[in-house]
Ligand binder design. Structure first.
Ligand code: SAH
Length: 457
């Protein structure tokens, strides 16, 4: 029997016991089977909750007072955790974070993929789940006449004035503060989203964890960068790791951080980093995994699932700067990588050379267009690896994979929901998911990375 109305009203105070977690890490309590989502509630805890928003099938609430404390609750180390939109689950022990992520993957495999029996292994975690991020993209703003940098407050575009971020690597943290103070000192105008005026929009930093090489990207609204010479000199002096300074111009009214055009202001336009025994050059527009320790574990898993003997032809779709491709190439006959960002493909080609790998070729284009073309050219890979962005694989790409009939597919994903959707489609065309390994790329956030092994039936 369907319910005709929700059992709660907006602004009502209720007592609620949490029995579950959402994929975002919010507590879920039920009244007569009707779920209420409450940020920071943990399973087993009871609390007084204010109902904030009521929908037909669910409501959202705010935690007002907790009556008890879960054994999985800890004091979040970050001062701005409850405001900042960056992290969602610092209030959970790391162990509980890892089981939450495993459960999340099991849940989508049940509900979306309709494959409840596929083994989802325990999430591979970090030894120290802090200071891991090698990349920061931080908005610059102004408050009370002072330049501020910080992440956006949850669900808003208000910048939280912050000095430090505990998931960032320390050098990035230090240089963000330094550049913020230089902008203030030189009186360069931060960009204002509302008026679409001002100069500096974002500071983007990327540091090679194994080499300590740092790239600074200053994203500006205007082409003109006032006091450019002084600005560069002062940034250079901030940290010995800084190897290059780049200006990126983004004149649009948009939430996208970087614009299409970049030019070097000083130094190198790539940084070098190492993953295991390979070296990679990375330019400003290229994707590069943000958690170096976990990247190695993820790639090890992908390579293990690929089960290469040295004789195989392998496709790496959505290959970025060719990271996974080059690890595959060390154990395969030939690897073909495809990637849509031209700068990343340039990096991939240079990276193959840099590592003296001559059995990996890289192509620019949309994977969903290049793969059918490859198929038409008679390319029949033994193994395909895919690592798409959050929206998952394009249907045309899934079809091209099916048409190519590889013995195995290794699917690397940063979004369990689209992974599960695609695994269902592939299963219906004869590719059985054998197992899934979640890897914690983003500790303290609710996101999880996965590596899935599919075998042709
Ligand atoms: N495997 C790489 C990159 C993964 S991120 C690594 O581990 O570093 C996903 C990549 O897919 C990004 O580099 C992005 O630019 C690229 N991409 C996005 N849409 C694409 C498409 N339609 N065709 C090919 N590549 C695409």
């Amino acid at each position: 029997m369907g319910k005709t109305s929700a059992p709660v009203k907006k602004n009502e105070y209720i007592d609620l016991t949490f029995s579950d977690l959402t994929h975002e890490g919010e507590g879920v309590g039920k009244l007569d089977g009707y779920p209420i989502f409450v940020p920071y509630g943990l399973p087993g805890e009871s609390a007084k909750v204010k109902v904030i928003k009521v929908k037909k099938n669910l409501a959202f609430g705010k935690l007002i007072e907790r009556y008890d404390t879960s054994e999985h609750r800890i004091e979040p180390p970050c001062d701005v955790f409850y405001k900042c939109g960056g992290c969602q689950i610092q209030h959970m022990t790391y162990e509980r974070q890892l089981t939450m992520k495993q459960n999340q993957v099991q849940d989508v495999m049940k509900k979306i993929a309709q494959m409840p029996d596929v083994p989802v292994h325990p999430t591979i975690g970090m030894n120290e789940p802090w200071n891991y991020r090698n990349k920061v993209q931080i908005p610059v703003g102004e408050r009370d006449g002072k330049v501020i940098t910080g992440f956006y407050q949850k669900r808003t575009h208000n910048i939280i004035d912050m000095d430090t971020c505990p998931v960032q690597n320390d050098a990035n943290d230090e240089v963000v503060r330094g550049i913020r103070d230089i902008i203030d000192e030189l009186n360069i105008q931060p960009y204002n989203e509302e008026t679409h005026e001002g100069v500096i929009r974002h500071i983007v930093l990327r540091t090679g964890q194994h080499t300590n090489e740092m790239m600074v990207v200053i994203v500006t609204k205007t082409k003109d960068l006032p006091k450019q010479k002084e600005f560069i000199e002062k940034i250079k002096a901030l940290h010995p790791s800084i190897k290059g300074i780049i200006q990126n111009i983004n004149a649009d009214k948009t939430n996208v951080i970087m614009g299409d055009k970049s030019h070097s202001l000083w130094g190198n336009d790539v940084i070098i980093d190492r993953i295991h025994d390979l070296e990679f050059a990375i330019s400003a527009h290229s994707f590069y995994q943000v958690n170096p320790e976990q990247t190695e574990k993820l790639y090890d898993q992908a390579l293990k699932y690929a089960q290469l003997s040295g004789k195989e032809t392998v496709i790496d779709a959505y290959c970025g700067i060719g990271t996974i491709s080059l690890f595959l190439a060390q154990h395969a006959k030939q690897v073909y990588g495809v990637e849509v960002v031209p700068q990343a493909v340039d990096d991939a080609k240079a990276n193959a050379k840099r590592n003296h790998i001559d059995n990996a070729d890289f192509f620019v284009g949309e994977a969903e267009k290049v793969m059918p073309w490859w198929k038409a050219q008679g390319l029949n890979p033994d193994v395909i690896v895919v690592d798409p962005p959050r929206k998952g694989c394009d249907e045309k790409l899934l079809q091209a994979m099916i048409d190519m009939e590889p013995v195995r597919i290794v699917y690397v994903s940063c979004n369990p929901s689209t992974l599960a959707r695609d695994l269902r489609i592939l299963a219906d065309s004869g590719y059985e998911t054998q197992e899934i390994q979640p890897v914690d790329m983003f500790p303290q956030s609710s996101h999880v990375e996965c590596c899935a092994l599919l075998q042709k039936k």
